[in-house]
Design a protein around this ligand. Structure first.
Ligand code: ZN
Length: 272
C-alpha cells in the first residue's frame, strides 16, 4: 500500500525493514508542572507527580527497555537534568539517546526571541555535560514559534520531532533539519494524564490505549512509515502502565518488517 497525494517521497528503511518504530520518553519531571504555572513550584503535592519520574518512572522504564534489549530516546529539559543528574547518567549509561526538551518546560509561545534562544543554548549546555551527542529537539508540549525550527537548525541539531503533518520523517524545506512526526494518538498524555484543575478529563484504560497504539502500528507498517510513541515516565511508569509498556515492547519487536530504533536513527534514515 502506498500513500497517494502530493507526497511522493519514499523512505527506504535499512536492512530490508518495511517500516520504522521508536519509543521516546519525555522526562518532564517537576518542570512539566512548573513550566507554564510557576505557582506550582510551591505546591509539594503537585510536584510529587513529577518527582515520580526520577524516583520510580525512569528507573522502571530503563529496566523494561533493558529486559527487551531496546534502545529508546529520552527528551530531557535542562533543568530536569540539573535537578536529577543521576537519572540522566543512568539513561546515557544504558546506551539510550539523550535529546533536548527545552531548559525549563515553558512553551516557546510564551517566550521572547532572546528567551527562546537562551532556553535552547542552556539546555544544550546542560545535556552536553553528560557526554552524550545531542542531535534531536522536541519542544515542550510540541509548541513551535515561527523562529523555532531555524533556531534549532542553526544550533546544529539534526532533527526535530514536533509536527503532525506526516507519517514518515522528512527534510524541512530550506533548512538542514529532518522532522520526525508525532501525533496525539501516539502520546500517553491524552489518554493517561490527569490534572486536579480539570476534572472533566477521563483517564483511559490500558485496553483502549493498546488498541489505539497497535492499530497505529499496523497502519504505519502498511504505509511504510515511522511509528514514534511519545511517553512520559510519570504516566507510563505507573505500575499498571508498565504492564502496557511491556506488552507494547513485545508487540513492536515481533511485528513483521519492523526496524525498531531511536528517533535519531529514524531521522538519519530520512537523509539517506
Ligand atoms: Zn514535555
Amino acid at each position: 500500500m502506498t500513500i497517494r497525494g502530493t507526497d511522493t517521497r519514499v523512505t527506504h528503511w535499512p536492512d530490508g525493514a518495511t517500516f520504522a518504530a521508536a519509543f521516546s520518553f519525555d522526562v518532564d519531571a517537576e518542570e512539566g508542572w512548573i513550566g507554564d504555572d510557576p505557582a506550582n513550584a510551591d505546591r509539594p503535592g503537585v510536584l510529587s507527580q513529577g518527582r515520580y519520574d526520577a524516583k520510580v518512572g525512569v528507573p522502571s522504564v530503563l529496566d523494561l527497555l533493558s529486559n527487551h534489549g531496546v534502545r529508546a530516546t529520552f527528551f530531557v529539559p535542562g533543568r530536569v537534568a540539573e535537578r536529577h543528574p543521576d537519572t540522566v547518567r543512568a539513561i546515557v549509561a544504558a546506551g539510550h539517546e539523550l535529546a533536548h526538551h527545552g531548559y525549563t518546560h515553558r512553551s516557546v509561545l510564551s517566550l521572547g526571541p532572546d528567551e527562546e534562544r537562551e532556553e535552547l543554548v542552556r539546555g544544550l549546555d546542560v545535556l552536553g555535560g553528560f557526554g552524550a551527542t545531542v542531535t534531536g529537539y522536541r519542544s515542550p508540549a510540541w509548541d513551535l514559534s515561527p523562529a523555532t525550527l531555524d533556531l534549532v537548525a542553526e544550533h546544529g541539531f539534526r532533527y526535530a520531532s514536533n509536527l503532525m503533518d506526516d507519517v514518515r520523517p522528512y527534510l524541512h524545506e530550506g533548512i538542514d533539519l529532518v522532522e520526525v512526526p508525532v501525533s496525539w494518538t501516539l502520546d500517553d498524555a491524552p489518554h493517561m494524564w490527569f490534572d486536579a484543575e480539570s476534572w472533566n478529563k477521563t483517564i483511559v484504560s490500558n485496553d483502549q490505549i493498546e488498541r489505539l497504539w497497535l492499530d497505529e502500528l499496523e497502519g504505519t507498517r502498511r504505509l511504510g512509515g515511522s511509528w514514534v510513541l511519545t511517553m512520559h515516565p510519570q504516566l507510563s511508569g505507573r505500575p499498571g502502565r508498565l504492564l502496557l509498556l511491556d506488552r507494547m515492547l513485545a508487540a513492536v519487536k515481533e511485528r513483521e518488517g519492523v526496524w525498531l530504533t531511536t528517533v535519531h536513527e529514524i531521522a538519519e534514515a530520512a537523509r539517506r
